[in-house]
Design a protein around this ligand. Sequence first.
Ligand code: FMN
Length: 219
Amino acid sequence: MNKVIILVGSPRSKGNTARIVERVDEILQKRDIESEIVKLNKLDIRPCRNCGACEEDGQCVQKDDMRELWEKVESSDGLVLASPTYYSGVTAQMKIFIDRTGRAKVIWDYKRNLPSGSRFSEGKRAMVIGVCGQPGERWLKCSIMQMKSLLSDLQIPLYSIIKGDGADVGGGLFKGRPEVMIDIDEATEGFVEGDEEITLSYKENWNLGRDSPQESGES
Ligand SMILES: Cc1cc2nc3c(=O)[nH]c(=O)nc-3n(C[C@H](O)[C@H](O)[C@H](O)COP(=O)(O)O)c2cc1C
């Protein structure tokens, strides 16, 4: 891996997600991997309107920072999606990225049953980071599923997941919990080395335009 883009869904610049991401960034730098942290909250990105325009030509009609962001993702070979849980799911900022990307980068290919098109080029790999205030992984389940769901549609293999639960209890995520740092380090190594892929649903259920119309049951 040469270049990683890290998309942060938390609006807090010194929060738990930011601290995890800083550590991930540190490890990547030590491995001579270029990385860029993008705080979605700082961008002008608007929600998907479901106008259907991207179904025609694979292009989103909205002219905002999402265009430049897609270019950054395209020019990276590693993608990290990091978000806290807000009411069981990802933050609004991350949800905008998921919805807009999922529509503009997948739906056109899917509808046209074409092998490529608007989707990102192949050869990327991903890591997902979830943080929640309450103790217990159940508060991370939905937000991690949302991020995995996008990766699945984009057919970007997932190699690592960092789960930071219980961030709002006790001393927080980093106080008296040395295992958190160890988890971050190990997960980042797994992402960099990329030797154990985590199965995404497309491997089992999806076939987004990779086969002929006959094989996929479409005429
Ligand atoms: C609007 C809102 C909704 C939240 N909903 C949940 C939730 O459903 N479950 C949970 O465990 N924590 C919830 N939290 C707590 C955050 O996940 C937690 O504070 C997290 O550490 C915030 O991430 P950050 O420090 O990176 O900003 C919520 C926080 C906010 C602001």
